[in-house]
Write a protein that binds this ligand. Sequence first.
Ligand code: NAD
Length: 323
Amino acid sequence: MTHRVLVTGGAGFIGSHFVRSMLDGRYAGFEDAEITVLDLLTYAGNPANLPLDHPRLTLVKGDICDEELVAGLLPGHRDVVHFAAESHVDRSLLGPRAFVRTNVLGTQTLLDAALRAGVETFVHISTDEVYGSIETGSWDEAEPLLPNSPYAASKASADLLARSYWRTHGLDVRITRCSNNYGPRQHPEKLIPLFTTNLLSGLDVPLYGTGRQSREWLHVDDHCRAVHLVLATGRAGEIYNVGGGDELTNREITGLLLSLCGADASRIRPVADRKGHDLRYATDDTKIRTELGYRPLTSFAAGLRETVAWYRAHSEWWRPLKG
Ligand code: NAD
């Protein structure tokens, strides 16, 4: 029987990397899988991120909140990998409703349809931001959720709904909580591509507040390999943190980008800090490393160099997206 996988948000940054990797046969057990991408193609979704003429790929333009569409589409799919979301924290401060709609209602709509369709495995992609800010040490999966932005709160709500479908209905739901991703094809509203494309365009870079906010950075390819491991070998009802291990402040990242783009500190334009800006996220990902044998393969130095080189070589991809 044909093995079908539904990937939501597969035209976005991380989802499209996952789809391309699976179609390239890089994920054991999924070499012949047929993929349906369900994506609304919002400002963040780009069909050009996908190999649209690939014989094992179907792109369906549609909304994960559309009950009828989702209920009609899910039967026949063995697995669901759910990336679709409103993903930009700054936008969630200005227009939180879209975040609640897509991230909460959309996730519930998918869970319900997956249950009815007899989907075997549902991987819900979440974020380390659901834990809130931590001054020292790192969170493991048992840490209480204390999200601080409307984005993080909507993702935390979706996590709880996802878990409830496992607990109540026995749907095999697995949740990943990943740190900040970077890599090719990330929308230029996010820090690394924003600063890179600004510098490549001769513009200044707007650094929030003191620049002391600290994040763990993970290459998108490592994140997607972790998602595959959870899908293929994870356990039902479990949560897996996926950390990068490379912890840097925004100021440190800015310094690296300035040097990779041949610019100096005069290009930094300090701007008022984001409201409620979390100072630090750090995850303990011992569980996925010991249980599933995961480890990131791309060092931040090499990954950032390659990422900047990709943006330098692909201005046709990002120029139309810059406001
Ligand atoms: P993205 O914004 O690049 O892509 C989101 C995709 O979802 C887009 O293709 C968009 O068109 C689609 N989408 C949005 N609303 C939709 C709807 N109602 N119906 C169908 N499709 C819709 O996001 P990303 O950075 O690729 O993130 C993917 C997932 O990973 C998200 O769930 C995000 O919360 C999570 N995550 C991201 C990061 C990161 O650093 N980018 C870190 C941890 C977790």
